[in-house]
Design a protein around this ligand. Structure first.
Ligand code: G1P
Ligand code: ZN
Length: 542
């Protein structure tokens, strides 16, 4: 095996977004594109020689090929051990767990999360630190800087590794270890939740379906729900990770997880329905003909966390991303615990989790997590729900409606305008920004605007600042929040987040999209979205 220096030229577009570098597969397939970025990651780190690197991905198209390149670059850069999920598969939470469990220096996760896969789809790469946490902003900035001047990388001449064979082999001074992708993660889940209680739930006839959306979580769900917990056989659907996700858009929400949603609203619907996204860090919870919004889910996990021994006596506080509706705030107020509202992106939770300022955290985009890992975790959240149901004997719907009765219901909806022309979207937001102060005190579609502004954030632990994280408009008992997505691979996606609180007990069971509609009208009026972009309606509503 011979280490070689390969000359290259930089690409100027390797800028990390909300979660790593995400581009079309065709972009990643350009000569040395992936290799440049991987070497730029290593060029931004020090002290990894002889240390361990975890590698895995969500199984999408180009996953296996990328892993073979990364192996060669990592060996040439003198990592001591590479731990790789069998067949190149590791969900984002399982990778995070392996990094911590095996005391790795860090990890490389290949995923574009919920974005479509296949030769015409997206690919992505992100770096996790030794804490199993997404690389912080200052590190991703350095990686992007290094990528602009890179002129060579190191690799080695060696055959491709058989990723299907569990076991160890040595190359020079590096050991390559292929591990079962599920074992460690499943064992960890067993230490967090009461598997016996969940097993009894299923023994007593509780029914569920889980939609893996042909993405990474299928094998995890089969092992944990069906084999370990005795959930109904074949309740895990679309269970095989496919390179193009079988054409599905593996994003667990009401729009993209339609197959599951239809089944959960059918006359013979089971008691419980759940789905995860491409890389397994998001989740959606459904009851029999009932949908739980991510904001309500976080509030319910918070309400019941102290019933789960793993969290007993360890409830410090909870963080939600600013766009997430604030249902959890009311639960925390009652429990006398602090809430933190962070910018979008999981990395903003990391410092709070690491310093025990928070126990749980969540986003409106169907991701929740806790200090058990520094990544969001879909299967964990679903197990949390099953554990609460097993302990209380209450249905998904009852648990949610009880929350609303106790604290009021925060109706909410996220509406995304995907595929906008970037220039047009920017113009619209520039004008909106200029106009923001002029809305204060005005009545728009029956709402009085009380405050407007740009969301700025200072990390309470590190003091790091994040500027211009979105625009907010506060109205009586309601809020509209707007920002541009940072995870798209082309064009611009505008996300508009609506919420309105209702405490009248006779008004708690409306359809949330209908309830929010008057706020949507406010957005249309203040943004002039149709005039700027030619688009009147969003492409995704959840
Ligand atoms: C989206 C979600 C955000 C999440 C991110 C990574 O980012 O909205 O909550 O943290 O994916 O999973 P966006 O496309 O909005 O920048
Ligand atoms: Zn994801």
């Amino acid at each position: 095996m011979e280490i070689c220096t390969i000359k290259t030229q930089p690409y100027t577009d390797q800028v990390c977004g909300t979660s790593g570098l995400r581009k079309k597969v065709s972009v990643f397939k350009q000569p040395n594109y992936l290799e440049n970025f991987v070497q730029s990651i290593f060029n931004s780190l020090t002290g990894f020689e002889g240390q361990t690197l975890v590698i895995g991905g969500d199984g999408r198209y180009f996953n296996a090929q990328a892993i073979q390149s990364i192996i060669k670059i990592a060996i040439a850069n003198q990592f001591g051990r590479l731990i790789i999920g069998q067949n190149g598969i590791l969900s984002t939470p399982a990778a995070s767990h392996l990094i911590v469990k095996r005391k790795a220096f860090g990890g490389i996760i290949l995923s574009a999360s919920h974005n479509p896969g296949g030769p015409n789809g997206d690919f992505g790469i992100k770096y996790d630190t030794a804490q199993g946490a997404p690389a912080p902003q200052n590190l991703t900035d350095i990686i992007s800087e290094k990528s602009k001047t890179i002129d060579h990388y190191w690799s080695c001449n060696m055959p491709d590794i058989d990723l299907s064979k569990i076991g160890e082999q040595s190359f020079g001074t590096t050991i390559i270890e292929i591990v079962d992708s599920i074992d460690d993660y499943a064992q960890y889940m067993e230490t967090i939740f009461d598997f016996d209680a969940i097993r009894s739930l299923f023994q007593n006839g509780f029914t569920m379906i889980y939609d893996a959306m042909n993405a990474v979580t299928g094998p995890y769900a089969k092992r944990i729900f069906e084999e370990m917990l005795g959930a109904p056989k074949n309740c895990v659907q679309n269970a095989n990770p496919l390179p193009d996700f079988g054409g599905l858009h593996p994003e667990p929400n009401l729009t993209y997880a339609k197959e599951l949603v239809d089944k959960m609203y059918a006359p013979d619907a089971p008691d419980f329905g759940a789905a995860s996204d491409g890389d397994g860090d998001r989740y959606m919870i459904l009851g029999n003909r009932f949908f739980v919004s991510p904001a309500d889910s976080l509030a319910i996990l918070t309400e019941y966390a102290d019933k789960i021994p793993f969290y007993q006596g360890k409830m410090y506080g909870v963080a939600r991303s600013m766009p997430t509706a604030n249902a959890v705030d009311y639960v925390l107020k009652a429990k006398n615990l602090p809430v933190y509202a962070t910018p979008t992106g999981w990395k903003f939770f990391s410092s709070l989790l690491e310093t025990q300022k928070i126990t749980l955290c969540g986003e409106e985009s169907f991701g929740s997590g806790s200090f058990h890992l520094c990544e969001k975790d879909g299967i964990w959240a679903i197990l949390f729900w099953l554990n609460i149901i097993a302990l209380t004997g209450k249905s998904v719907q009852t648990l949610t409606e009880e929350l609303w009765k106790k604290y009021g219901r925060v109706y909410n909806s996220t509406q995304s305008y995907e595929g906008l022309d970037s220039e047009q979207a920017k113009n619209m937001l520039d004008v909106l920004e200029q106009n923001l102060p002029s809305f204060i005190g005005k009545e728009i579609n029956g709402f009085i605007v009380t405050e407007t502004g740009i969301f700025e954030y200072t990390d309470p632990v590190t003091g790091e600042q994040a500027h211009r994280q979105g625009y907010y408009i506060l109205l009586d008992n309601a809020r509209i929040f707007m920002r541009l997505s940072g995870t798209g691979s082309s064009g611009a996606t505008l996300r508009v987040y609506y919420m309105k609180r209702e405490t009248n007990s006779t008004e708690l069971t409306h359809d949330s999209l209908t309830y929010i509609e008057p706020l949507v009208e406010v957005f249309k009026q203040i943004s002039n979205i149709y005039m700027f972009t030619g688009r009147a309606e969003p492409s995704v509503r959840t």
